[in-house]
Design a protein around this ligand. Sequence first.
Ligand code: NAP
Length: 470
Amino acid sequence: MTQADIGLIGLGVMGENLALNIADNGYKVAVYNRTASKVDAFLESAGDLAGNVMGSGDLAAFVGMLKAPRSVIVMVKAGEPVDAVIAELRPLLEKGDVIIDAGNANYHDTVRRFAELDGSGIGFLGIGVSGGEEGARHGPSIMVGGSQAEWKNAEAVLTAISAKFDGEPCCAYLGTGGAGHFVKTIHNGIEYADMQMIAEIYGVMRDGLGMSASECAKVFNDWNAGPLDSYLIEITGHVLDAVDEASGQPLVDIILDSAGQKGTGRWSAIEALNMGVSATTIEGAVAARSISSMKTERIEGEKLYGAAAKGKATISLETLEKALLAGKIAAYAQGFAVMAKASEENGWNLPLDVIAKIWRAGCIIRSRFLDQISQSFASGTAANLLTQPAFVELMKECNGALRAVVATCAVNEMPAPCLSSALAYFDAYRQANGTTNLTQGQRDFFGAHGFKRIDREGDFHHKWPSLVAK
Ligand code: NAP
């Protein structure tokens, strides 16, 4: 048998599907897994694709199956397992080969691994792969960062297996070091915010307007044919429409309201905070999942303060749709602003228009909306999305709806952490004369931190009265 075009280590859900996707695209793929029986099972189940797959439960034999220069995708559990695999693999590779970590790595780990391999002649790529199991099998969005020279080894295969939007591949090299995994992290942060805002709008429908799950489903299905058209809106309709076989109830009504999180949303918020970029809507989404997990305390809280009145809101579905669009623009503006700042700090030169392009298909936040974002960044500067002409028009049209929904939530005691933070971000972004002049005065009072003046250049300090008790 001829040698494989690419190797893949880790036959978990993602690895297995990526390997089948590679084989389906006409490339030969060799596989290896720590538990060797999974390799045999994979090869036996390959069916029509058997001619394009090979593998071994022995790592050296697996490496021997690869065409040089070798490309090896590592798709194992993120964290220490990735370091363990790299340590075993490294002595078996040669100059010009490349290791590709395709898991959900913390980008700081990617930066470290990249540095550890730097100078060895073996390249290292950290690639963000989005789209879950189905994306891995039929076309994910692939965000590439790391060794640019060795990227050439794997470019044809990874481009071929990626999702396509209007024929264009959703795969691109974005920058050196941890750029790919950083962009994937922010993708997930935006995903958290997008999902939470959808949940808040569903809350207004359910609690404020007293709508049933199937009535809500119909609205989301209709919205999917308009400006909110996206994978997340589409699956929302399906989730709300599903019926539990055992009880005959809408499935959503019997799913516990306690959301899990694996870390990428939190990492997005942490990176934004560390760089001093405002990403309040992403932070709000992470916090919303955290408070959702405090079910017992929330039950006690409702006993203490009473339940919010239900079915008392008066707001139109059209207003809800526009509010969601406005909130979404603010959340995406924050995510792109975080990436712009990280690009500057790390010298990545991240192409924001290309990032929006490769998110148009394959990934969880895929939507037509990203096509608009891509066009805006391609034609303008890399400034905040809120300053891009197409989005200025949309925000002018929709911010009133966002304001109305946030006010409705406040009056009717419905939490809307993401929608309200999106509105606050927008209002702060367009307020020329803010209120931190007072904050600066306070800081100078207690810490002599100094302040700048609006009428003169330089740093100033005021002689404040002493409040020490006499
Ligand atoms: P997973 O459950 O995270 O990992 C399973 C694979 O990791 C198995 O092949 C397992 O080998 C291997 N593994 C675990 N510890 C190992 C170690 N110490 N040394 C060597 N191999 C080890 O699988 P997954 O869900 O397919 O995810 C893979 C990666 O993709 C993760 O980083 C995940 O976060 C990321 N990801 C997942 C999704 C998703 O929807 N699931 C989406 C995007 C990205 P054994 O069979 O021997 O245990």
